[in-house]
Design a protein. Structure first.
Length: 444
């Protein structure tokens, strides 16, 4: 380069003698400009500045993702229990109801008439019972009177027999006339017949008393049957007012006002379901079943979250509520059920939702998500070595944790990955790296 400059200077001096002073000056300036454009004279460019973060081991949660379907904790089909015409629907379709709220009214007039008839029958049978009880008192008196007559006549008969023996002795001694003895014996025979009649009267009175008692028992049985009929009529009258069996929401009414219900079966009127809390049913594979039922029942805090169909995260976490007794041999899955609070009524029975179940926690290497570049199903990042040289690494990623990403292969703990300035770096080039701390994971 120096030789070229010397040759150019000699040529310029020879030309100066031939040209004017202005032309010579112009040539000198052109030579200086030419020399300033030489690459050996210009300064080398600075390495690009990037921001790096060290790949760090962290305790990360291990989740299981499943698809579940919501189910009401309690669902009751409200049905007509008596036959009649629907007179009124007390609440609109889809209304929130409390236990005991009136939902439907069936025409109660036939049942009110049946109740009055049953009550009248009981009153009539009660009057007949009173008559039977009065007859029983009379029969008891008859028995007592017959018994008294028998006792009196037995005493007279005994006296007559004593006299007959004495008079017979006197007759044998010829101390009295036979006519007198015969008259006394006839009187004794008459008394014996009277006693026999008294005994028959006592038996008849006792039989009448037994019949009176049977009549009373029968009357009391009739009254009990009548009272049962009254209870039945009263219950059926109560069935004409259909009330909600629980707190929840009533679905669409299955009948309309004026419809005849309960004629051949218990007609479905509507369905009422509870909304808070709500079940979510899901299944796990046989391999994951052990992890699920070992971890969840012992958890002190809810460990199940769900994502709604619009991809929003449900604000309340749930708990495992039920584990089926056996694995289904046809599918190799185990049925589970989670219980979620539902105060805002966001969940409705029959919805599908994506569940995320926290199964365990393990150590894993994490990097910021900003360091990972994805392309056609693969992931890569830039690592800055100790000599400030950039290396491109293909990595295998795991789950995401907020701003962090688990890296399962491709990076070692402590290596620095580029998070800012990715557009200006290439593999093999040197950079000026600024180290930043790893951003915190969610919940830490």
């Amino acid at each position: 380069m120096q030789r070229v400059l010397i040759a150019q200077e000699k040529a310029m001096r020879s030309r100066i003698t031939q040209l004017g002073a202005g032309a010579a000056l112009m040539l000198v300036l052109l030579g200086v400009v030419a020399c300033s454009r030489s690459p050996e004279v210009s300064a080398a460019p600075k390495p690009p500045a990037v921001t790096v973060v060290a790949a760090t081991p962290r305790t990360v949660p291990v989740y299981g993702d499943y698809v579940g379907q919501t189910e009401a904790v309690r669902t009751v089909e409200v049905r007509a229990r008596v036959e009649g015409f629907v007179e009124r629907q007390a609440v609109p379709d889809g209304a929130d109801v409390k236990a005991g709220d009136v939902l439907f009214v069936i025409d109660p007039r036939p049942f009110e008439a049946a109740l009055r008839q049953a009550q009248a029958n009981v009153a009539r049978d009660t009057a007949q019972l009173r008559q039977a009880e009065a007859a029983l008192v009379q029969r008891e008196a008859d028995v007592q009177q017959a018994q008294a007559n028998l006792t009196r006549d037995l005493a007279q008969l005994e006296n007559a027999r004593t006299q007959e023996q004495r008079y017979r002795t006197l007759l044998q001694r010829e101390l009295i006339a036979r006519e007198q003895y015969d008259q006394l014996r006839t009187n004794m025979t008459a008394l014996e017949a009277t006693v026999q009649a008294d005994r028959a009267a006592v038996e008849n009175a006792r039989a009448a008393l037994g019949a009176a008692r049977a009549t009373i028992e029968n009357a009391r049985a009739v009254i009990r049957a009548g009272e049962a009929a009254v209870d039945t009529a009263r219950i059926e009258l109560g069935y004409t007012t259909i009330r909600s069996p629980l707190d929840g929401r009533m679905g669409r009414a299955e009948v309309r006002v004026g419809s005849l219900v309960g004629r051949s079966d218990s007609t479905l009127l509507a369905t009422v379901s509870t909304l808070d809390p709500m079940y979510v049913n899901f299944s796990v594979s046989e391999r994951e079943a052990l992890s699920v039922w070992r971890q969840l029942p012992a958890a002190d805090t809810p460990r199940i979250t769900i994502t709604l169909p619009d991809d929003t995260v449900y604000p309340h976490a749930g708990r495992l509520d039920f584990v089926d007794r056996a694995v289904d041999p046809r599918t190799g899955t185990l049925a589970l059920r989670a219980r979620f609070p539902n105060p805002e009524r966001l969940l409705r029975p029959g919805q599908y939702a994506r569940l995320r179940v926290l199964l365990a926690e393990s150590e894993a290497l994490v990097v910021p998500q900003a360091a990972v570049q994805e392309s056609q199903g693969s992931a890569s990042l830039f690592v800055v070595g100790p000599d400030q040289t950039v290396q491109a690494r293909a990595v295998r990623t795991g789950p995401r944790l907020g701003p962090l990403w688990v890296v399962e292969e491709g990076v070692k703990a402590g290596e620095h990955v580029v998070v800012k300035g990715l557009q200006q770096v290439r593999a093999g080039m040197r950079v000026e790296a600024t180290v930043e701390p790893l951003p915190p994971a969610p919940g830490s």
